[in-house]
Design a binder for this molecule. Structure first.
Ligand code: SAH
Length: 351
């Protein structure tokens, strides 16, 4: 099978060029063609010799995922179900904020973390996505924005689609390096966020990568009792261990983290919970991002009502916590994680 060059970091591509008997700068030329000029055909790379183009055509390819399903929301959010070369399907979402175009990228086909409120976990992990497949998610969205004659392409990337990025650490790190590379997609590190359910050794490793990329941690509970009941992973890595890992992360990266907290009615949305959360995260000076729950048909969880969301937020503010509420997109188009893919599988199963 041909090697898809979209998956290579610039350093990896330089190494590959040297192995091919070329000079390292050939990699930069190729990067410019594929990322700056969106050229997908080696034959159009006019500063590369015909001889080497034929080698590229023989051994390598530039393959993007195919759009299998597309849903457009009234707020112009676009949700795609993309089909990979082996037929695996993953969700990618484009959200339009006033500050830019945000791509929400999946990192695995299915997910094994087993969070009881999440639709992605309805389908178990089939495999990790490769770096070229994740880059492909962003490139397909860029093509879509080009078709719209949008003046901006994807400006921000959040790895918050299906999958646990830290269960696919190396591929995700290659992916963010390609995104962040000035000669690649040139997306600033502070415009990239990786979200994890909290795997301590990977949080520490991420802090040592020397990248300025944001880290978000899906906390969703102020104590182990509640977290155990909604996030299976908490049995392996309880909250104390996550907090310790975050402290180490801050020390090695000098960056703050964001805790994500979905407010689930009657489960984690009381004032006492807000106080408990404040105490738990105090040693890490973190931000809290409150997430309105996107209800999933298959489980019984309900979104906390507006009154308790407001009270919870006010209490955190009063306690001195930096808190924001996540803006909602595409609630009319199955935009909750994994819903489109799960629905598609159900439709296939039910004929
Ligand atoms: N596995 C990673 C990244 C994917 S989930 C993680 O756990 O962070 C991205 C975020 O969406 C997580 O905070 C997750 O808990 C949240 N999420 C999952 N299902 C949701 C739903 N139905 N409504 C709102 N947020 C949801």
């Amino acid at each position: 099978m041909k090697i898809n060059l979209y998956g290579k970091t610039l350093a990896q591509l330089e190494e590959l060029m040297i192995q091919e008997g070329q000079k390292a700068f050939r990699a930069r030329q190729i990067y410019k063609w594929i990322y700056e000029k969106n050229v997908t055909d080696f034959s159009q790379m006019s500063d590369i010799s015909l001889k080497f183009i034929s080698v590229l055509n023989e051994k390598y390819c530039l393959e993007k995922p195919k759009i299998y399903l597309r849903q457009d929301s009234v707020d112009k959010t676009v949700k795609l179900l993309l089909e990979m070369q082996d037929g695996a399907k993953v969700e990618t979402v484009l959200m339009r904020y006033n500050y830019g175009n945000v791509a929400c990228v999946s990192s695995q086909v299915g997910c094994n973390m087993g969070c009881s409120f999440c639709a992605s976990g309805l389908l178990k992990k089939v495999r990790n996505l490769t770096s070229e497949e994740m880059i492909g998610e962003v490139l397909v969205l860029n093509d879509l924005l080009r078709q719209e004659n949008n003046s901006k392409l994807v400006t921000h990337v959040v790895v918050m689609g299906t999958g646990e990025p830290f269960d696919n650490y190396n591929n995700v790190m290659d992916f963010v390096r390609i995104l962040n590379e000035q000669r690649g997609l040139a997306i600033g590190a502070r415009h990239i966020t990786v979200s994890t359910c909290g795997i301590p050794d990977k949080i520490r490793a991420y802090g040592k990568e020397g990248l300025q990329i944001n880290l978000a941690i899906s906390l969703h509970a102020p104590n182990n009792k509640i977290r155990d009941s909604i996030m299976k992973i908490n049995k392996a890595y309880p909250l104390e261990e996550i907090i310790l890992a975050v402290k180490d992360y801050i020390e090695s990266s000098s960056r703050r983290v964001t805790y994500e907290y979905i407010l689930l009615k009657g489960i984690n949305d009381s004032i006492e919970n807000a106080d408990e959360l404040t105490k738990l995260i105090a040693p890490t000076f973190a931000y809290v991002n409150l997430i309105p729950y996107n209800e999933v048909a298959e489980n019984g969880y309900k979104r906390a009502d507006n009154k308790s969301v407001k009270a919870f937020m006010d209490r955190l503010i009063k306690n001195g916590v930096n808190v924001t509420i996540r803006k909602e997109f595409g609630s009319d188009i199955d935009a909750a994680c994994g819903q489109l893919r799960a629905k598609n599988e159900r439709m296939i199963k039910n004929g």
